[in-house]
Design a protein around this ligand. Structure first.
Ligand SMILES: Nc1ncnc2c1ncn2[C@@H]1O[C@H](COP(=O)(O)OP(=O)(O)OP(=O)(O)O)[C@@H](O)[C@H]1O
Length: 113
């Protein structure tokens, strides 16, 4: 199993969710976050002065999936969330050791179906 953590631009959330509805994932966690990449945020002009804005709003998606669909999920997020401009985000993939569905006690792949 893999845990896919994607940080995307907030306005892309609906499109990514729509695209993921075509893939057989069992759930998704969405969190409003702030962060920066290589540009370390950006600068904004406010009343004539330039201010550095360190952290920009982003959306973090967390999706636990069986190994077989991990690549498809990553590709689906990547092709939907891309604008080609800086700040499009990143997708992190980690090994996922265990999952339990609390209601039934099912574990691992059964808990993801
Ligand atoms: N190394 C990292 N570790 C954790 N979070 C990161 C990392 N890089 C980027 N992020 C998260 O992803 C968001 C978007 O990153 P961003 O797309 O600006 O990365 P980048 O590597 O600078 O790429 P780009 O050059 O396309 O802007 C950041 O605001 C941050 O929340």
């Amino acid at each position: 199993m893999k845990l896919i953590t994607a940080v995307i631009k907030p306005f892309k959330l609906d499109a990514v969710r729509e695209a993921l509805s075509e893939v057989n994932i069992s759930g998704i966690t969405v969190t409003e976050v702030k962060g920066f990449g290589r540009q370390r945020g950006h600068t904004e002009i406010y009343r004539g002065a330039e201010y550095a804005v360190d952290f920009l709003p982003k959306i973090k998606l967390e999706i636990a999936v069986p190994d077989e669909i991990a690549d498809l999920v990553v590709e689906t997020i990547a092709k939907t969330a891309v604008t080609g401009k800086v700040g499009d985000g990143k997708i992190f993939v980690s090994e996922l050791e265990s999952v339990m569905r609390i209601r039934t006690g099912e574990t691992n792949e059964e808990a993801l179906s």
